[in-house]
Write a protein that binds this ligand. Sequence first.
Ligand SMILES: C[S@@+](CC[C@H](N)C(=O)[O-])C[C@H]1O[C@@H](n2cnc3c(N)ncnc32)[C@H](O)[C@@H]1O
Length: 365
Amino acid sequence: MARKIPPAWRAAFMAVPRHLFIPDTVWVREEGRPVPLRRADSPERWLEACYSDEPIAVQLDDGDGSGRGYVTSSASMPSVVALMLEAAELRFGHRVLEIGTGTGFNAALIACRVGIDNTTTVEIDADLAEQAREALKNAGWPVETVAADGTQGYPPGAPYDRILSTASVYKVPYPWIEQAAPGGKVVTPWGTAFHSGALLRLYVNGDGTASGHFEGDTGFMWVRGQRPPHGAVEDRVSPEHDYAETVTDLHPYEPVGDFSASFAIGALVPGMTSTLVYDRDDPASQRYTVYLMDPGSGSWASWRIQPGPHEYVVKQHGPRSLFDELARAYQWWKEAGKPDHTRFGLTVTPDRQIVWLDDPAHPVA
Ligand SMILES: C[S@@+](CC[C@H](N)C(=O)[O-])C[C@H]1O[C@@H](n2cnc3c(N)ncnc32)[C@H](O)[C@@H]1O
């Protein structure tokens, strides 16, 4: 793992042993389902997981025992944690607020760089916050750990030189901009309902605004309150629904499969999710349907792909014509020269956020 950690962060990773922050029971995927991995049952496997460059799921379903199996807290992948810490350009003495304490591992790394008294971390889940507080204390990094909704920031410690979120947002919470010192930075994963997103590094101006480019390709779990609605296709697409049927020669390969194309589409087409469903009886998976859905308006589109002539049937239901919106956004991206996602950026003001291409003078969404 060490070679994946940038040199400037290796000493901190050595000083903060990850296993001290990982609970005795974690969750691993087997055949697509989360199953518990208990330290008491498999100590070697557990330790191996602690020192792999992988995220480790530490909570499912907000801890409510519902059994749906969604990961709602994890110790993030160490190499991604390191990338994010590098992007934050932390220096000793910086006052730092972390949103999304999780296990506390990242908070200890931050404290190792900027100082324990300069670090505050906020976790929305009270049980996780308590576990992390204990782990941080026992590991020798007693960072202030607050159980609260981090989208409100944490005013008692403001202003901060850096605000780092380890949970993804679509709308950057304005309290983060208000609570960052002028010249400070806000670093957060940013995504859309359509695309898992990228890292956003915002430079905070003294006039109540912040701007910066997207970087990297980090996909994180969402902050509670901004999660795109879950829901299976069967819950949203009914045989009773009416629809308009058309034919297209557009294949989903690029608009859905290309990182930068789908990043741009996600930014231009709000609220649209996509799900790909393979035909069960087609082992080579050459026949499948891409469903585009907007739970807000009840709109959906199905885009049927099968071998043969490049003509794919599209059905669209509801007030939004989601396939048309996707196709228009994709066309825009192609005509713009297929810009890489790192050419996009975001500006946050008190009343809105604007996605731009190359510089804030060229807003696109
Ligand atoms: C990927 S995990 C964080 C990993 C963590 N930094 C670590 O080192 O283990 C994301 C965390 O964000 C928390 N979270 C989600 N929404 C939040 C919110 N609004 N405020 C604070 N924490 C939140 C989740 O409960 C989860 O523990």
